[in-house]
Design a protein around this ligand. Structure first.
Ligand SMILES: [Zn+2]
Ligand SMILES: [Zn+2]
Length: 92
């Protein structure tokens, strides 16, 4: 998939849509970086599986593959876990 803002390519990224008065805007795929910038303004389009979740340590968005100790119930019902940096494994 290709981010509709910055053009970066990822194997999976959240698809979002902007709530527009009286209607729903077009759906856009966004990479985690771009999504994080507008997370308060957009809605994730529900899919068969969530590709991204938030880190409990730093509150950033990561691919669920990078999150350990995943649990549900995060923002927008997305998974919550610990990113590699916050899990202590790769601290420098
Ligand atoms: Zn992007
Ligand atoms: Zn973290």
């Amino acid at each position: 998939m290709r981010c509709s803002w910055c053009g970066s390519e990822e194997p999976a990224m959240p698809t979002v849509c902007w709530p527009v008065e009286g209607d729903w805007a077009e759906e856009w795929p966004l990479c985690p970086g771009c999504y994080g910038e507008v997370a308060d303004e957009v809605m994730i389009v529900p899919g068969p599986a969530y590709c991204f979740g938030t880190c409990q340590g730093c509150d950033e968005w990561f691919s669920v593959r990078d999150l350990s100790k995943r649990t549900g119930g995060g923002r927008y019902s997305s998974p919550v876990g610990l990113c590699p940096g916050c899990s202590g494994g790769t601290r420098t």
